[in-house]
Design a protein around this ligand. Structure first.
Ligand code: ADP
Ligand code: F6P
Length: 455
């Protein structure tokens, strides 16, 4: 069998840099050894018809990509996917901005994906579709006569039925899932919410698709190697030197409102207020590469963060100590991993997150003999697996400040125990196990070893 992956975005095979997000990290780390086909948008807009995709071979992977029209991207990507589905699925309904023409654009682009994918299929192919941009793709492919097995994996959370109902046309959206042979989720809560919604909306109707829980992951050995390279590289060395022995608290997130960045900064501010003993001996470094900047809610968030960072500096900085460093650019993967390896505290406090691979990367990057501590939101999928983390409620600034205080002061033995437990969790359920379990369940490949968490 040949695997055919379809996702909105494709990796840039030549360079791994910037704010690509967890989907590409997980899929890239899980690549099978056999050749496969990966289809997606090339990240560019054009006024030409996207009927002529470009094919490029790289390390056994055939990448087929195409531009989309400016208007289609506005409706499908910036409109429906990221101003409707993203806030809806992350349970932030106040940010939801539904427009009928965006939903139409979303369906139209899914049809474009289907029309470009169908002619490339061979008998025996197995399709694996990724994430919320492409929920109706199976329906569009089935309409073109495609009968291959098609699986779908949702990288982001699935909302409870009550929250889903906020969406005009939520039944239409849900119906899109029914044409898949298998729908995979990050956590048991997501799977249960989906099954509950299908039960309510389609009682006595068509059979629901098979579902399963497959927590997305990383390749821990690759992360460890990348961290070592990044630490030795120019940026790693410069960061270490600049710390002058101060303990580093590090956050690495796309600049996205689901990541809880204002709340995180306020919690850090609280720590500085209540625990002056840490003044001058810690530095909080937040890397927040710009993401989806054309969307107003993201521009608003950026302005809000600029304000909070300025306030913290104005209140607590000294002429020779800045309590916070904040950057909105992306780095090469090695560099990010190298930075994570230097962090005494990995601060990962999303308000809601499907998985959060940065949490796993922090664990994999840490030196085992003297590891740092992960402070992790209970609302990240990763909290189900990384039980060695200090788990916090990101809405509670006092609680997060206390966890930071505890993490900074934690004795070596406890740090080692917690880190070893987190590392075991990651090694036993890495990215390859994730993909293998999903594809085995889809029926494409024989099962090898035990899947991470089938439901
Ligand atoms: P999301 O998919 O919502 O962006 P994840 O935490 O699951 O969140 O995945 C983010 C991925 O993007 C991680 O692999 C992380 O290392 C990478 N990343 C985040 N920020 C940067 C950055 N500034 N430069 C390079 N890579 C980054
Ligand atoms: O992992 C979640 C995710 O939304 C991916 O689907 C997406 O590719 C990534 O984050 C980054 O977002 P974007 O593609 O909008 O830049």
């Amino acid at each position: 069998m040949r695997l055919v992956l379809v996702s909105n975005r494709l990796p840039n095979p030549a360079e791994q840099s910037g704010n690509e997000g967890g989907l590409l990290t997980a899929v890239r780390s899980a690549l099978p050894d056999e050749p496969f086909l990966w289809i997606g948008w090339n990240g560019r807009t054009s006024d030409e018809d996207p009927s002529t995709p470009t094919r490029r071979e790289h390390h056994g992977v055939s990448y087929v990509s195409f531009p989309l029209r400016h208007n289609d991207i506005e409706r499908y990507y910036a409109g429906y996917a990221n101003r409707v589905l993203w806030p809806l699925f992350h349970q932030s309904p106040a940010r939801l901005c539904y427009r009928k023409e965006d939903e139409e654009g979303y369906l139209r682009v899914n049809e474009i994906f289907a029309h470009l994918t169908a002619p490339l299929l061979h008998p025996g192919d197995v399709l694996w579709v990724h994430d919320y941009h492409l929920i109706p793709l199976a329906k569009a492919l089935r309409a073109l006569g495609v009968r291959h097995p098609i699986g779908f994996f949702l990288h982001i959370p699935f909302p409870p039925h009550g929250a889903l109902r906020v969406l005009p046309g939520h039944r239409r959206l849900l119906a899109g899932f029914l044409d898949y042979d298998l729908v995979g989720f990050q956590t048991a809560d997501d799977e249960e919410a989906f099954r509950d919604a299908v039960r309510h909306e389609f009682a006595g109707g068509p059979a629901p698709p098979r579902t399963g829980v497959f927590p997305a992951s990383i390749d821990p050995a690759e992360c460890t190697r990348a961290a070592a390279r990044g630490r030795r590289g120019t940026h790693g060395r410069r960061l270490l030197q600049s710390l002058t022995g101060r303990r580093l608290i590090l956050g690495v997130d796309r600049l996205d409102y689901s990541k809880g960045l204002p709340e995180r900064l306020r919690a850090y501010e609280r720590l500085l207020e209540t625990q002056p003993r840490w003044h001058r001996s810690i530095v909080f470094f937040q890397i927040a590469p710009l993401s989806r900047s054309e969307i107003p809610e993201y521009a608003d968030l950026r302005a809000e963060l600029d304000g909070i960072v300025g306030r913290i500096l104005g209140r607590f900085a000294d002429y020779d100590w800045l309590p916070i460093r904040y950057m909105t650019r992306g780095f090469r993967r090695d560099t990010v991993l190298g930075f994570l390896s230097l962090a005494r505290v990995g601060l990962v406090t999303p308000l809601r997150d499907g998985m959060n691979l940065v949490a796993k990367e922090h664990v994999a990057a840490q030196p085992e003999e003297d590891p740092g501590v992960l402070v992790l939101s209970e609302f990240a999928g990763a909290a189900h697996e990384l039980t060695g983390a200090l788990v916090v409620n990101p809405y509670d600034p006092e609680g997060v400040a206390e966890a930071l205080d505890r993490a900074l002061a934690m004795p070596l033995e406890e740090r080692r125990e917690r880190h070893a437990s987190n590392l075991r969790a990651i090694v036993s359920a890495d990215a390859r196990a994730w993909a293998r379990a999903f594809l085995a369940e889809l029926g494409g490949v024989p099962r090898q070893g035990s899947p991470p968490n089938p439901a």
